[in-house]
Structures are given as structure tokens and as C-alpha cells.
Design a binder for this molecule. Sequence first.
Ligand code: FPP
Length: 252
Amino acid sequence: MTIADKDKTGAPAAPLHVAIVMDGNGRWAKRRGLPRHLGHPKGVEAIRRVVEAAPDYGVRWLTLYAFSTENWRRPAGEVAEVMRLLKLYVNSDLDKLVREGVKVRILGRREGLPPDIAEIVARAEAKTAHNDRFFLQVAFNYGGRADLVDAARALAAEVKAGRLSPEEIDDQALERRLSTGGLPAPDLVIRTSGEQRLSNFLLWESAYSEFVFLDVLWPDFTPTHLGEAIAEFHKRERRYGGAVADDVLAAG
Ligand code: FPP
């Protein structure tokens, strides 16, 4: 893959952490005259393709938004289908993920998950805990606001218990208590289906991410689309709130 070329220092070119809002399963099904929920199994096929291909593009962390805290409002049948597919995916692919050195981490609230899903999530994490070749995060029962609320609660509890003083609360202290604690921030956030919004995904973590919106429905997403998004990423100039050297000189 040419896209994973080295940069000038010889280090692998970014983006190392890619996060994806996998949107458009319902529309994919509707366009074919199928019930909406039948788009989700096709979405899982796209997940398999991208997990397989991402390391070839220099990606080391991949975070997928699979089910939000707001998605419980969807029809019960559709919610059940997404739960069924997560279970099926873990049952069918876990051994391969273990063999390929993939460490799986589920982001989001564990409370509220049906017991069989909580069990499968714990199993996927436990069996891959020692892997370190590639990191796959699946945001499931995840909401950026809920995650920030939980982190705030954890900090408050520690202050109340006398283990932490309010002055010690800084960016790092909060960040460590998010469900993404310890992960690098996403370099690139991709959203498929043409919608251009974040929908409560990685609100804190994406503060300086680059965003690429692709006009492809998630079930049609292929490694080529990942390559396109990464190529677009490489055209961007990241400033992290600062100015680039030339701008500073021009401004005198
Ligand atoms: C967005 O499409 C997709 C989802 C809300 C669900 C994504 C979940 C999966 C692909 C299955 C989860 C399984 C694993 C293995 C993580 P949409 O239904 O919002 O599409 P629409 O915008 O066209 O309605």
C-alpha cells in the first residue's frame, strides 16, 4: 500500500487512529426495497473488510461507532438485530482477531447492556487483552455526553472520598476517566452516507481530529474508501490551535 508510506522522519505516516461513524445501513436496505434492519448484516461485512485492511493503510487504532446511547429509541426489532449481530460477530470472528494480534475494547456504558451482550463484550476483551498489533474499539451503548458525565461522576466521587483535590482535575485527569482512557485521540474521523455531523461520538477526543465525510452508504464501504479518506487527510494541515511557522512570520 503506497498510502502507508513513511514520513520524512521515517516514522509511519499518520493517521494512526481512525474513527468511523458507520452510517447508512437503513438507507442501503430501503433502496433495495428491503426492511431497514437488513442493512445491518451488510454493515458487518463492511466492518470485516475495514478491520482486515486498516493495518495495510498504516492505521493502528480503529474505532467504530456501532450503537449509541440514543439508538435504544429505535424499533425493538432493529435494536435486537444489532445486538444479535454483535454477538454473532464476536462468536464467529474472535479466534481470528486473537490470532491476528487485535486487541478489542468496547467503549460505552456496561450498565444497561443485556446480560448476554455484557458477557460477550467481557469475553472479547479478556481473550484479546494481551494483543498489541492492532487496536479495535467498538463504541456500543456509547454516547460522548454520557461518557463525559460518567467521567465527571468518577472525579466527583474521588474528591468526595478525599483521594483527589479539585485543583488536581485537569485535561489528563478527566481524559483518563473516559471510556477511551489511554487511547490516542483520533487523527481522522470518517462519516459515511453523506451526513455531516458527529452525533455524540468522541466529543472530547475529536477536539483536533480531521473530519472526512464520504458519500457512500456504510454497507458499500470498501478499503478503497478508507484509502480515499486517508489521502484527503494527508492534504490537511493540522495546527492544534497554533499557527504554522509561515503564518507567524507573515504576521510579523
Ligand atoms: C447506521 O445506519 C448504523 C447503525 C446504527 C448500526 C451499526 C451496527 C452494525 C453494523 C452492527 C453492529 C455489529 C458489530 C459487529 C459492531 P443507520 O441504520 O442509521 O442508517 P440510516 O441512516 O440509513 O437509517
